[in-house]
Design a protein around this ligand. Sequence first.
Ligand SMILES: [Zn+2]
Length: 122
Amino acid sequence: MLKAIALILRAVGLLKFDRLAEYTSEYPSTGRVPEESLVVVRDGDVEKWACLACPGGCGKMIALSLNPSRRPKWHVTLDFWNRPTLKPSVHQLNECGCHFWITNGTIDWYPGRRRTNSRGAI
Ligand SMILES: [Zn+2]
């Protein structure tokens, strides 16, 4: 219900986000998660993974460890609308090479690493 309201508010321009968080208890072994989601895998109260489809266009699933005893590790916080803030940034080291933050559900690209071709722009 909250998600439905959030989607309506976004459609009319009152709420801004690219991704909403949702929880699951099982790691997405298919390697696919919904484009508009950040899927948090948790076991009981323990958050284990944050999974998202790469926003850079390659579509590969990015799985980030939330395990505090591992390196590297990430931290996800959610606001009222389940918009995730992910820290630190994500930097893909594959051919996609995208580098971004997610703040309040919005993807912010690292300067110069935007996937879209900006040649010719001022
Ligand atoms: Zn990618």
